[in-house]
Design a protein around this ligand. Structure first.
Ligand code: HEM
Length: 488
């Protein structure tokens, strides 16, 4: 039997649905007021309103396109310039990319990438300067040469050990070639560890995985680590395996630090050895701890692996789609290396058409589609509409903004005929690993094109497609840590 007190309480309670509706109404009002305030703070700048920011992992990889809620997976790359064209307004100010004090990086968005230790990508201000000072000398001329020589060797090994004497090689998905290729280059020129196309590596003593396996799994499972909280990593077989590879790589990196320190003055030019060397030379308070060294070398792997692999892959796709551009590069290779010898590092300047093809590929398919920034002080950004009217946009301190690289790369204001593939034009880009990628890219492309003509696999079901349909199919891309090529 209910007590009188309980009875009187229950008779005073509102029905549950009223309570829930009231809470929902309060939340909706709160959101509407928040959106109105944000719009007012930006001077009612025209544009789309969405509940979830395009910078969020959830929007980038999980949520579909839902009006007012989410722009959908990889929305920046899907929309390219079209949204700005509809609005008649786009803003690109060089100071947003160049002034780290006024427009710093919202490092909290990258926090998950610090699991091996603080590093150059997840830091700002003095901390970033400290990392940059030690990291910059690692990307030395000698390292670029090493990248070149290792790339030549790795591609040669592919031709001899894997492809043998085959005159024609068909690969369903070129990423199956470029992902391991980029991994082996970063293994050799980044970590000083050579790897083979054949599965011959075994786990070192005290390890469950070989270095190659650990590096490969970490590179492919970084998403799991980013999306799943640490306490949940043991819950499924997949997440357990991912955690194991991260633990293994961390252990390998820690052992390598001990080994290299013990080896002393041995002349090696991989990023890892260079980083240790540059750190030992900086004896001041800025010397990095072992954990920070591990964090930085790990971030080189993450920043340099997929970006490079997907760019190489898309470059192959473009050159297959545009055989006349491929012929121009081939002509230059023949001219630079008339005797058919392997290209040496010194030949790279004679092979600038290879590099131009990459830059044009990256303009079309930027591996990084969104670069988030915050605003450190109240400021304004000035632009002009498509009709030529000047617009001053107030940008208050604390605003989260982002550089939409695909929107920028397809803006006809900067690129004439943006849809066309014209390697003869090239654009600048700021990345510490730029020379690393350039060495790898030129050497790899020159070697592939010396031996093979690249073409799109002919398949019966696609026999009647037009060039535009074929181009769209081959270049279809989805979001990942970098844009990825999904041709099959
Ligand atoms: C196609 C190849 C590559 C592309 C498109 C690319 C793109 C970029 C971009 C856009 C940034 C600036 C991001 C920002 O400001 O938030 C960046 C920074 C960076 N990249 Fe690359 N990258 C490539 C290759 C590499 C390679 C090969 C490495 C290392 C081996 C590397 C290491 C880094 C690092 C450490 C940073 C952070 C630099 C800093 O904040 O000071 N990248 N990259």
């Amino acid at each position: 039997m209910s007590s009188p007190l309980a009875l009187s309480l229950s008779s005073n309670l509102l029905p549950l649905h009223i309570v829930l509706l009231t809470i929902a109404a309060v939340i909706v009002c709160h959101v509407i007021v928040g959106v109105y305030r944000s719009m007012a703070s930006l001077g009612f700048l025209p544009g789309k309103i969405m509940f979830f920011s395009p910078a969020m992992v959830l929007t980038q990889f999980v949520l579909p396109r839902i009006p007012w809620i989410s722009g959908g997976k990889n929305m920046n790359f899907v929309n390219k310039y079209s949204e700005y064209e509809k609005l008649g307004i786009s803003v690109y100010r060089v100071e947003v990319t160049s002034s780290r004090t006024r427009f710093p990086k919202p490092v909290e968005e990258y926090g998950a990438l610090a699991f091996f230790g603080g590093n150059i990508v997840v830091s700002e201000g003095d901390e970033w300067k400290k990392y940059r000072k030690v990291a910059a000398p690692a990307f030395s001329e000698k390292n670029n040469r090493l990248v070149w020589e290792e790339t030549v060797q790795i591609v040669e090994d592919l031709f001899t050990d894997v492809w043998g004497d085959q005159k024609t090689v068909t690969v369903d998905h070129c990423i199956d070639i470029t992902l391991p290729l980029a991994l082996f280059v970063i293994g050799a020129a980044g970590f000083g560890k050579r790897m083979s196309w054949k599965d011959t590596e075994v786990a070192s003593e005290g390890h469950k995985l070989s270095f190659k396996q650990a590096l490969h799994h970490v590179a492919s499972d970084v998403f799991i680590k980013l999306g799943v909280p640490h306490w949940a990593m043991g819950l499924t077989e997949r997440t357990r395996k991912a955690q194991e590879s991260f633990d293994e790589l961390e252990k390998y990196i820690s052992e390598m630090i001990q080994e290299r320190v013990a080896e002393g003055a041995e002349e090696k030019n991989d990023l890892f050895s260079n980083l240790l060397k540059s750190n030992s030379e900086d004896t001041g308070p800025n010397t990095l701890t072992e954990r920070e060294l591990a964090g930085n070398i790990f971030i080189f792997l993450i920043a340099g692996h997929e970006t490079t692999a997907h760019t190489l892959c898309f470059a192959f796709a473009f050159l297959a789609l545009y055989p006349e551009e491929q012929e121009k590069i081939y002509g230059q290779i023949k001219e630079a290396l008339p005797d058919g010898r392997l290209p040496a590092y010194e030949d790279r300047t004679k092979l600038d058409r290879c590099m131009a093809a990459y830059y044009e590929t990256m303009r079309h398919v930027p591996p990084v589609t969104f670069i988030p920034k915050t605003v450190a002080e109240d400021t304004t950004l000035t632009t002009t509409t498509a009709q030529g009217h000047k617009v001053v946009i107030p940008v208050p301190k604390g605003t989260l903004m982002g550089i939409d690289t695909a929107g920028l790369h397809y803006n006809p204001r900067y690129w004439e005929d943006p849809e066309a593939f014209k390697p003869d034009r090239a654009g600048p880009r700021s990345c510490i690993g730029r020379k690393f990628f350039e060495s790898e890219g030129i050497a790899a492309l020159a070697l592939f094109l010396m031996r093979y003509k690249i073409s799109i696999k002919e398949e019966l079901q696609f026999a009647t497609e037009t060039f535009e349909q074929r181009r769209a199919r081959v270049l279809s891309a989805r979001g990942g840590i970098t844009v990825t090529c999904v041709y099959r």
